[in-house]
Design a binder for this molecule. Sequence first.
Ligand code: ZN
Length: 67
Amino acid sequence: MNIIKFDLHCPYCGKTFDLELEENATQDDLIEECPLCGHGIDIQLMLSPEGKIIDAEIHRIDGDTDE
Ligand SMILES: [Zn+2]
C-alpha cells in the first residue's frame, strides 16, 4: 500500500505540516490534529473512482470559512 504525503496549511496557526495517508482511503472526511498548535482540523479528501486519494482540502472545524 502506498503512502502519499500532503503539505497542509494549518488554518489556525498558519504553519505548514506534513500529513501522510494511505493512498486507498476508506473515508473522505477525517479529523487530524495540527502537530504544531493542536487544533483539530477537518480534512476532506477528494477520491478517484478507484478510491485513491487525489487531493486534500482543509477546513476549520468551527465552520469559519475566512481563510
Ligand atoms: Zn496549527
